[in-house]
Design a protein around this ligand. Structure first.
Ligand code: URA
Length: 278
């Protein structure tokens, strides 16, 4: 092997190694929820923030003689997101007003990484309100809750007892929403602080729809409305939340992973059907 051939071999190995490293880095980013390209090159926002902070304000950069130093305004107390959410949610007098209030709420960081606010789907006159956890990738793209694989299973489950989100008849209709209106990155569970921040909106949402019965799908909405976790023990047992009957059920994503649990989910659906007198 001549020296040039050896060099070419080394270069080829390096390219292959770089290729594998780049692929691994990409996979890692996808796992972390980075699934969209926003720019051609990376931006170090920490460096940008430091640069902006170090730069004197425009007034100080002007060539005019410096005016007497104005008294500094007192720093504004940091906004308490839960208190803001409570005030904004309470002021919403209709579902449309609440939708707009949620869309305009900027204090939840999940909103920054989401494509869409996923507010609800279905018939607001429905007797049954289904409360899920948070949008996933498909819901984030479509802007509607439960449209991915788990959502398709949910539709089939409720269709089996004659209920549908598409029904114009309140008797046979469903209204569907989530505890969280934006997709958490990488489909992680919403954090307690995020749930607490959005809770006033969820509570107001349920008040405005005023369903006869709430069905929670999985642990996150169970704990948001009752303060308890342990969906596998709680499922099928009616409790009261927000002054109305609440039926805990296992999440359809859990049923996709554990098809054996569909038998119990079917029993829960029959209990719901009986409760509605259908
Ligand atoms: N899982 C949920 O809990 N909600 C959705 O909207 C989608 C999947």
């Amino acid at each position: 092997m001549g020296i040039e051939t050896a060099m070419t071999g080394i270069a080829a190995e390096r390219i292959a190694a770089d290729w594998h490293a780049a692929l691994a880095a990409l996979a890692w980013q996808l796992d972390a929820g980075v699934d969209e390209v926003l720019g051609e090159g990376p931006v170090d926002r920490f460096a940008l923030a430091a640069e902006t902070a170090a730069r004197p304000p425009a007034s100080a950069r002007s060539t005019a003689p410096a005016a007497a130093a104005a008294p500094k305004p007192a720093p504004r107390p940091a906004e308490d997101p839960v208190a803001v959410a409570r005030a904004v949610a309470a002021a919403a007098g209709s579902l449309e007003a609440l939708r707009e209030a949620v869309q305009g709420f900027e204090l939840c960081d999940l909103k920054k990484g989401a494509r869409n606010t996923v507010f609800s789907d279905g018939n607001p006159k429905a007797r049954v309100l289904i409360l899920g956890e948070a949008p996933g990738r498909d819901e984030d793209i479509e802007g509607k809750p439960f449209v991915g694989r788990a959502g398709q299973l949910l539709d089939r489950m409720f269709a089996a007892i004659g209920l549908s989100r598409h029904s114009p008849d309140a008797e046979a209709a469903l209204y569907i929403t989530n505890v969280m209106y934006w997709r958490p990155p990488g489909n992680r569970d919403p954090e307690p602080a995020e749930i607490a921040m959005m809770q006033p909106f969820v509570t107001r949402h349920i008040e405005l729809v005023d369903p006869e019965v709430i069905v929670v799908m999985g642990n996150t909405p169970l704990s948001a409305l009752t303060g308890h976790r342990g969906i596998l023990r709680a499922r099928g047992n009616w409790v009261t939340a927000l002054g109305r009957p609440l039926l805990p059920m296992t999440h359809p994503a859990y049923l996709l992973r554990n098809p054996i649990a569909k038998r119990e989910a079917w029993a829960d659906l029959l209990a719901l059907k009986a409760r509605l007198g259908r």
